[in-house]
Design a protein around this ligand. Structure first.
Ligand code: HAM
Length: 414
């Protein structure tokens, strides 16, 4: 009979990987809350037009990566969270209720990419978006938050790359200048960039092709097209980061693949990742709310890719919170063992017992595999004496503990 495999570009998380995933998510929630973000949970399904309009018709997402639901007109699996948060914001007219919001979200995203290490078709974002406010403190705080999240989960070797795209007018001016300068070199560009030259010249700046990299290397940067306001704003973002002792590299070719960005953009990369080296990325998108039919509301945010965080963490293991294994010595002691298991669980102790009539030796092996700190051996004598033999797996010692002191003894030692 034929069997089934997981769908290309998706991952199963085994128990150890799920522990790591959940530990990252728990840490992220804690830190996002400390920065006053409110978590929202949004659907996996959205209208595809939302992403085409927001990321730009020539973005990879719009051109080739949307997972469309075949028999449901115009519905797709969400490829990212930013446009979705703006959709939520506008649908609920939140701008009429307040002028400043900080939202966070954690969940699966879908992109029809060519799968490779760190590049999946289903992956997970920890994302956050600030709606309202143009203060450079918000740009800097967003980057500081990303750095805090990474260090909280134990990642310290990463690089923050930073750039500004200026306001939409600066961005447009720069893109036009770039097109003019590159026109003469059109035939030397890669096939993709020849298309980009007509549709979205800025994207040529972050093309990975060696020839294209060489061609753009000596070109004037966005700095020459920045208006005084955007220049001053970006200088302030950098100085706040300096004050906060956040290390970053200015990368004048960083443009990002999603069209909605304006002003500050950043990417956090790790050499532990290989060619898909971005742990996370984000920036300002001051015109997106307006482009999606709302009022003019500036915004900034970022998203980290959980699967890439896990790759970068490598072999780091996360402890499993399993405390007690209850091992009855004989089948007729199972009733007692089972009700004791339930009693300890009710007292908040993580525990389990044997259900298959295993020998004591096999039960000890299972307890060890599960990482139990204590094994409670249940025999006739213990029941008669109203006590339990508690084996401490860490200290390799055992003691008889009276039944009425059991919960207290275990709790004091875990
Ligand atoms: P993004 O750069 O497309 O930005 O995705 C953010 C992060 O998600 C990437 O840096 C990477 O870690 C992870 N990621 C992206 N695609 C994949 C994939 N195919 N497989 C595995 N991981 C992936 C955004 O999505 C923006 N919405 C971020 C943002 C929020 N900007 C402002 N606010």
């Amino acid at each position: 009979m034929s069997t089934y495999n997981s769908v290309r570009g998706t991952t199963d998380f085994n128990p150890q990987q799920a522990l790591a995933f959940n530990a990252i998510v728990a840490k992220a929630r804690q830190i996002l809350q400390s920065f006053s973000y409110e978590e929202i949970i949004l659907p996996l399904l959205e209208e595809e037009g939302l992403f085409i309009r927001s990321t730009g018709a020539t973005s990879d997402i719009a051109e080739k990566q949307l997972f469309r639901i075949a028999d449901k007109d115009g519905v797709c699996l969400r490829p990212e969270g930013t446009a979705q948060v703006v959709r939520y914001f506008l649908e609920n007219s939140l701008h009429r209720q307040g002028d400043f919001y900080k939202f966070s979200y954690i969940g699966a995203m879908f992109r029809g990419e060519r799968p490779q290490k760190g590049r999946l078709r289903q992956f997970h974002h920890i994302g956050c978006e600030v709606l309202g406010g143009t203060s450079p403190y918000l740009d800097a705080e967003t980057i500081i938050l990303a750095a805090n999240l990474l260090s909280a989960i134990g990642l310290t070797t990463y690089e923050i790359k930073l750039n500004t795209l200026g306001c939409p007018e600066d961005k447009e001016k720069f893109a036009l200048g770039l097109k003019g300068r590159l026109e003469a070199k059109r035939s030397a560009l890669c096939e993709d960039c020849q298309r980009r030259l007509d549709k979205n010249p800025l994207r040529i700046l972050d093309c990975k092709n060696r020839d294209c990299k060489q061609i753009v290397a000596g070109l004037p940067s966005i700095d020459e097209d920045l208006c005084p306001g955007c220049k001053e704003n970006f200088t302030k973002v950098l100085s706040i980061l300096d004050q906060a002792q956040i290390k970053y590299t200015r990368d004048k070719n960083l443009v990002r693949g999603l069209d909605y960005y304006t002003n500050t953009v950043f990417e956090i990369t790790s050499s532990a990742l290989g060619s898909q080296d971005a742990l996370g990325a984000g920036g300002r998108y001051n015109r997106l709310v307006e482009n999606l039919g709302g009022p003019s509301i500036p915004a900034v945010g970022f998203a980290l890719g959980i699967e890439r965080l896990l790759i970068a963490l490598g072999e780091k293991t996360f402890p499993c919170e399993f405390n007690v294994f209850i091992a009855p010595l004989d089948e007729h002691l199972r009733d007692f063992a089972f009700s004791l298991t339930m009693r300890l669980r009710a007292a908040g102790i993580n525990c389990d017992t044997d259900y298959c009539g295993k020998s004591l030796k096999a039960q000890m092996r299972l307890a060890q595999k599960k990482g139990a700190r204590f094994v409670l051996v249940i025999g006739e004598d213990e029941i008669k004496e109203n006590c339990v033999m508690v084996k401490d797996m860490l200290k390799s010692e055992q003691n008889k503990v009276p039944m009425d002191k059991l919960v207290e003894t275990i709790k004091n030692n875990i």
